[in-house]
Design a protein around this ligand. Structure first.
Ligand code: FE2
Ligand code: FE2
Ligand code: FE2
Length: 186
């Protein structure tokens, strides 16, 4: 199924842009956390960067028939400071997606009966809720000048669902089998 409605196509392009930038930004901030001797926070950034790649991929593929150039306007977060501040940027970006962007995009896709977009936006919305919480945990440690406690982080390659320590048998969001999850181990 291709995307039929211009509004949903615009939202997919914008979400693709936002996820692509989040992916890159988290890799940059991961290296910065490593340099501040916070390798677990660095690893959390890398795991979540991978989840954002999954989201960008879903949005891109939902636009498969929308061939051609576009100028994309997308939410961006800038700042390359201390890890504690970078984490605030991460929290703000995730909360924007959870509270405003994805609920609006998801409702538009439902209203326009765009099934691929609905799936892609639903997957992202569920993962961003978890990301906001994990970044808050990381920031609580960083505020005390410490690295966070972090076991293995697992990320679903289909929907970006992110979980630490205990991997469920199947993804609770998209039902992918646990063998498919990508592991980020210390
Ligand atoms: Fe995302
Ligand atoms: Fe996220
Ligand atoms: Fe999943």
């Amino acid at each position: 199924m291709s995307v039929q409605n211009a509004m949903t196509a615009d939202f997919l392009r914008s979400a693709y842009g936002g996820e692509s930038m989040a992916h890159m930004r988290y890799l940059i901030w991961a290296d910065m956390a490593d340099k501040e001797s916070m390798p677990n926070i660095g690893r959390l950034f890398r795991a979540i960067a991978y989840a954002e790649q999954a989201h960008a991929t879903n949005h891109f593929k939902a636009l498969k028939d929308q061939v051609g150039d576009s100028t994309v306007t997308a939410g961006a977060v800038f700042g390359a400071g201390k890890t504690v501040d970078n984490l605030q940027g991460a929290i703000d970006g995730e909360l924007h997606e959870v509270e405003q962007m994805y609920p609006v995009y998801l409702n538009a896709a439902r209203f326009q009966n765009e099934k691929d977009a609905e799936r892609a936006f639903h997957f992202a919305l569920e993962a961003e809720k978890i990301h906001a919480r994990l970044f808050k945990e990381a920031q609580d440690a960083a505020k005390q000048g410490k690295d966070m406690e972090l076991g293995t982080v697992y990320v679903c390659p289909i929907c970006g669902y992110t979980v630490k320590d205990n991997l469920p048998d199947a993804c609770p969001v998209c039902s992918a089998k646990k063998e498919m999850f990508k592991q980020f181990t210390a």
